[in-house]
Structures are given as C-alpha cells and as structure tokens.
Design a protein around this ligand. Sequence first.
Ligand SMILES: NC(=O)C1=CN([C@@H]2O[C@H](COP(=O)(O)OP(=O)(O)OC[C@H]3O[C@@H](n4cnc5c(N)ncnc54)[C@H](O)[C@@H]3O)[C@@H](O)[C@H]2O)C=CC1
Ligand SMILES: O=C(O)[C@H]1O[C@H](OP(=O)(O)OP(=O)(O)OC[C@H]2O[C@@H](n3ccc(=O)[nH]c3=O)[C@H](O)[C@@H]2O)[C@H](O)[C@@H](O)[C@@H]1O
Length: 447
Amino acid sequence: MKIVIVGTGYVGLVTGACLAEVGTEVVCVDVNTAKIERLQNDVLPIYEPGLLEIVKRNRQDGRLFFTTDLASALPGAEVVFIAVGTPPGEDGSADLQYVLQVASQIGQLMEHYLVIVTKSTVPVGTAAQVNRAVKNSLDARQRILDYDVASNPEFLKEGAAVNDFMKPDRIVVGVNTAKARQTLEQLYHPFLLNGHPILFMDIASAEMTKYAANAMLATRISYMNDIANLCGLVGADINQVRKGIGSDPRIGKHFLYPGIGYGGSCFPKDVKALMQTGREYGYQLRILDAVEAVNEDQKKLLFGKVLRHFDGDIRNKKFAVWGLSFKPNTDDMREAPSLVLIDSLLEAGAIVSVYDPVAMEEAHGYLGNSVTYAEDMYNAAENAVAVLLATEWNTFRMPDWQRLRSLMQSPLLFDGRNIYDNVQLTQLGFTYYGIGKTTDTVNALIQ
Ligand SMILES: NC(=O)C1=CN([C@@H]2O[C@H](COP(=O)(O)OP(=O)(O)OC[C@H]3O[C@@H](n4cnc5c(N)ncnc54)[C@H](O)[C@@H]3O)[C@@H](O)[C@H]2O)C=CC1
Ligand SMILES: O=C(O)[C@H]1O[C@H](OP(=O)(O)OP(=O)(O)OC[C@H]2O[C@@H](n3ccc(=O)[nH]c3=O)[C@H](O)[C@@H]2O)[C@H](O)[C@@H](O)[C@@H]1O
C-alpha cells in the first residue's frame, strides 16, 4: 500500500518512518524546504532516539520518500494523513488553519479515491470541516470524486516515539464508512498481527478520545503535584505516598511523578482546547480549570523555594540549571517549565548557567544570550550557589558529588524532579530541596 503523510514534524515523521518500517510505501510532504532537504540527506530535524536508523534504512530500501510537492506524492496513494500542527489560538481553541489548508490542497490535487485521515489533534467536528474543505476544492474544479474522511489520533510520547508507535497500547480509528475502515484495517494489519488492538469507533468519539486521554494524564500530574505540595507541608514524603497509591491497580503506577509542572507541545494546548470546546457548548470543565491553575503555580515552585532559601535576594548570584527540554530524550523546548524558572531567576537579577545534553541549540532560540551555555553539567555548576535540576536526563542521575561540591560556591541543590536521595545528599553535606519531600519541611523550618 502507498500512503502520503502531510506534515513532517514529530508525529508525521515518526508515523511515516514507522509505517515504512512495516512495509508500506510512504511519501512524507512538508512545506518546510529546509526540513525536507535535510531529510533527503538522512539528517533529522528533531532529536528522537532510534528514528534516524529507521529513516535511513527505509530510504535506502526505497519505501520512504520526502518531498515538498504534494501533487507528485498523491498519485497511487490510498491514504493521506494530515499531521500538521494545531497550535492554540488566542482563546485556547485549536487553530485549524494548517489542517484545513492541507484538506483544501488535497481536494485541489486528488485524482482518485482517497481516505483522508486527520492524525493531528483536532476538536470534535473537525472531520466535518475537513470534508467541507475537500468538497469545496473539488467543486471549484467541477470534479466529482469519491473519498472518505477519518480520524486517527496519535498517542506517541516524544523521546519514546518510535517504541510507542511500533508497540501501541491501542490504535484509535474513527470512520463512517466500511470502505475507510477496510483500508485502515489493512494499513494497520502488521500491528494487529503483533497483538496491538485497533479500536474502531465513530469519528467524533475518536477525536474526543485524544483530548480526553491527554487531559486525564495532565489531571493525574496536577493532582500529584497538589498532593506533593501538601506532603512537603505536613512532613510526608511524596515518593513513598506515590508508591503507596500506585500499587493499587485501579490507580496504576505510571504518570504519578510530581515535578515542576507539565510542559511540551501537547498537554498545555490540549487542556486549553478541551476547555474551550466545553465553553463553546456552554459546559465548564471545572476539573481542567484546576489542573491548569495547579500547573501554572507548579512551574513557579522551585523559584519560590530558591527565593525563600536566599531571603528574597539572589541578585548577582550564579545558578546552574541542569536540563532544559520539557522532558528527557527530546530537544523539544515548547512550553518547557525550565523556561519559566530561568525567566524568574533572570528577572530577580541572578546569573544563570545552563546545560542540557541535547536541547542547547533549540534552547538558544528561546533564551538567546540571557544565559551562559555551559560545556557540561560540572562546568555549569562552577562557582554556582545552587544547582537546579529542571529535566531528569539520565546523565544527571549520578553526578560525582565530591567534584560537584568542590566546584560550587555552596553545596545546595533544588531537585525539580525528585531524582536524588535526600538522605545521601544530606550526608554529603548538601542542602537539598525536592518536591514534596520531608527534607522540604525540615529545610523550611531551618530557614
Ligand atoms: N508532538 C507530539 O508528541 C504529538 C503531537 N500530536 C499532534 O500532532 C500534530 C502535529 O504535531 P507535531 O508533529 O508536534 O508538529 P510539528 O510542529 O513538529 O510539525 C508540523 C509540521 O507540519 C508542517 N506543515 C505545516 N503546514 C503545512 C502544510 N500546509 N503542508 C505541509 N506541511 C505543513 C510544518 O512545516 C511542520 O514540519 C499536532 O496536532 C499535535 O497536537 C499528537 C500526538 C503526539
Ligand atoms: O499528544 C501528545 O502530544 C502527547 O502528549 C504526551 O506526550 P509528551 O508531551 O511527549 O510527553 P509526556 O511524557 O506525556 O510528558 C508531558 C509532560 O508531563 C510531565 N510529566 C509526565 C509524567 C509524570 O508522571 N509527571 C510529569 O510531570 C513531563 O515532565 C512533561 O513535561 C502524552 O503522554 C502522549 O500520549 C501524547 O500523544
């Protein structure tokens, strides 16, 4: 089967590469010429573990192609995926302009039956808009061609995208014709053979499933952040509480990690978009109001701890920030909580030195010359009054503590992801703050 994927970002590229890997012929299309040129030379525009090998292999084997020209990609294709961005508009709703532009273009260029699938995260009702956009273009050409519109939201996580795509918990497909269902069943057949279920449903439910899933995950995180903050106040340890509740299978142990707030290109925008859908229908999603409010506060938490520790004065003091991307194993800086932390430090007059194993170049686009970019984690900590861990990359997990201590002006650590052992660090002479740990209570009392 031949397919086309329009939009070669995190989702489009991973989808294209992985579908080629299971034997499909895939043409990836993007308007970004530089991106396509790089991909034609086996250079990835993003950092995603394991992806380069798949792209190279499938390009070599003649199953994966990159182009900026949709017209040349469409002949012979059975399915076209729309995987372009759906950024938040001013009112928080998903901006569908790119999705609808692509739909119109498909209508302008198609010459035979196609299943047109939205893979981008889009609100309920978008398939109907895509349908109209395609039909309007066909009408303008005075052509009558058969086509179907379907919804196939994507659930991959950045940093683990290849594995998530190749071994999905489920594949959600919204269709309203047997023909579209049959085509997509055929496309995903290799995944079915490997035991991964496809859930066919109506289109509105498929569109809704995506937002409901992301909002549920964001809710878990805000809930745990709320409980962690209370733990810090009452002298309980969130790590122990997390294990205590996570062993109940009704709760489950995944996605219960408190931190400095969720970020990334999806949770913040998808929570907002779902709230906006509620408003459009006169329904207020009160839980999501709280999820957002907690998250906004959580992004300021570490800075609050820093200020309290230094009695409100951090002017001209040097701080090292370890980790910049919104989560480990990606270079994605969109809505990274580290940016909020760094902004607050700079605004309060501090000097900031940063280190991230992968996202330094990407971060430069956000931070410019306001910070110093260190060569490594130790270099960042030289003469710093404190290290602030913002992203839990593996490389930060077991520092050489003696070396670190000797480099720093004072042995002080703010752990925004609870990856360090407070007892060990205290024994090594560090003052340690985490998120919702007993040491937070002790340190707060000492101050
Ligand atoms: N990033 C992620 O982990 C996930 C994202 N999603 C959703 O997937 C969609 C895409 O997200 P990302 O891949 O992160 O976006 P992205 O911003 O990385 O990539 C979007 C790509 O679309 C291209 N594009 C825009 N207009 C175009 C047009 N008219 N024709 C051809 N290409 C065009 C852009 O140049 C860009 O390369 C969004 O709706 C997002 O919510 C869903 C699941 C996971
Ligand atoms: O729609 C999307 O784009 C994707 O959004 C998330 O994936 P992603 O944003 O790549 O990363 P996550 O691992 O979900 O992390 C999101 C944020 O939550 C934070 N997080 C995650 C888990 C946790 O226990 N605690 C926590 O604070 C992370 O640090 C990060 O800032 C979802 O997990 C994917 O299923 C979904 O497809």
